[in-house]
Design a protein around this ligand. Structure first.
Ligand code: G3P
Ligand code: MG
Length: 226
């Protein structure tokens, strides 16, 4: 059962910052998850469409220059990181779940993964996930082997059918969707099931008992303890 640090370890450090990824690694996670967006050809690790919740900036992410975005404080003096900086921080024994958050991210991310595949990382180090079917479809067109994760917060049958079509490696339902039956169905289809985002100790115990293959959590320490 894999412990996957959500946006690093966002319950313990500012989300999607290098500090948060260091914290997750310190806690011995099996994988880290984070969100990627394309700003004029630069891949930044950032979750929201707007800046207010997690930085000292304001307005829409996409309305700003890369220089302005990099000048912001994303919490405890951390900057919004570039994707390549986050990947370089993560050791090769920890898997990297890149969630494609905005449109037009798929081909840039796949270019980077292809480059890294020649270096110290292997394709097996990565899972590329999204709610955005068009982006995942493009990922599959660009690479027949890369591990794809399909995220679902509703309509599990529709999401599962897409997961089948795109030959997904893993299915990532929300806590509200997961059940023992869904875990069994996903396994019968030859995929792994990673549930998001589970922080409460009782829920952690419940999903473990259902036989999930992995848990996305803001508190990797709690999953390890349970
Ligand atoms: O990948 C699981 C989870 O991160 C998806 O939701 O909104 O936290 O990116 P969100
Ligand atoms: Mg995410």
């Amino acid at each position: 059962m894999k412990v996957i640090g959500h946006r690093g370890a966002m319950g313990l450090a500012p989300e999607n910052t290098l500090l948060s990824f260091r914290k997750a690694l310190e806690l011995g996670v099996d994988g880290v998850e984070f969100d990627v967006q394309n700003i004029d050809g630069n891949l930044l690790v950032f979750h929201d469409d707007t800046l207010e919740r997690t930085t000292n900036g304001s307005g829409l992410l996409l309305d700003h220059s890369i220089d302005y975005l990099r000048s912001l404080d994303a919490g405890q003096g951390e900057k919004i990181p570039f994707l390549h900086d986050v990947i370089e921080l993560i050791d090769i024994d920890t898997f990297i779940n890149i969630e494609l958050k905005g449109l037009r991210t798929a081909s840039l991310v796949m270019e980077l993964v292809k480059l890294l595949d020649k270096d110290r990382y292997k394709k097996e180090n990565f899972i590329i996930s999204s709610y955005l079917y068009s982006e995942l479809f493009l990922v599959r067109q660009l690479d027949p082997d890369i591990q794809i994760g399909v995220i679902a917060d509703e309509l599990p049958d529709v999401a599962l059918s897409f997961a089948r079509d795109v030959n997904a490696y893993s299915f990532h339902p929300s806590l509200s969707l997961v059940s023992k039956e869904l875990v069994e169905q996903v396994h019968e289809e030859g995929m792994l099931l990673y549930v998001h985002t589970v922080n409460d100790p009782d829920n952690i115990a419940k999903v473990k008992a259902m036989g999930v293959d992995g848990i996305f959590t803001d508190y990797p320490d709690r999953v390890r303890q349970g």
